[in-house]
Write a protein that binds this ligand. Structure first.
Ligand SMILES: [Zn+2]
Length: 171
């Protein structure tokens, strides 16, 4: 059974114990989740303590995940170039050509970043090897409340959740 806790993001302190096996945790693995409310989207990152072994498991990227990461860069570059060319051709402005080129390039770069990021954050992690996915899912960010910047964390290991509650409750 998992256990959830709700805390203000900026006050959240995690004890230096591995969230999977409770041994001392020298490493921190960043978990990320995007929450969209209306037009605003919030990317929430929480650095989760992990022991050396579980950090390595969580960080491991199998061939499928790696390939998707590379593909994301490729598709991103193509989309970016395409977007830049479209903007350059369709944008009628009295501004100088250099300015037009510069804005088209900037726009293209923005599109590249968005496409690459979407593939990297949404698609690649789904192709992770089961062990890596399991380790990364030891803690999940299940909710974000913009008012008060509260995050809800879901812990697979209940003992870890209790430790976190103690760490944050004692202040
Ligand atoms: Zn561990």
């Amino acid at each position: 059974m998992s256990k959830s806790i709700l805390f203000p993001l900026h006050e959240l302190r995690l004890p230096p114990t591995c969230v999977i096996c409770l041994s001392p945790a020298p490493k921190r693995y960043p978990i990320q989740q995007v929450f969209t409310y209306g037009r605003r989207s919030h990317t929430i990152t929480v650095e989760v303590p992990m022991c050396e072994a579980h950090f390595n498991t969580a960080s491991y990227k199998g061939p499928a995940e790696k390939a998707t990461g590379c593909l994301g860069v490729g598709i991103g570059i193509l989309a970016g170039i395409f977007a830049a060319i479209i903007l350059f051709l369709r944008w009628e402005t009295s501004n100088s050509l250099i300015l037009k080129l510069l804005f088209s390039a900037l726009f293209g770069f923005g599109i590249f970043a968005i496409v690459w990021w979407l593939i990297a954050i949404l698609i690649a992690p789904r192709l992770a090897v089961p062990e890596a996915r399991q380790a990364r899912n030891a803690v999940r960010i299940t909710r974000y409340v913009p008012e008060g910047q509260l995050v809800q964390l879901d812990f697979v290991n209940e003992q870890v959740a209790l430790l976190v509650e103690q760490t944050n409750g004692s202040s």
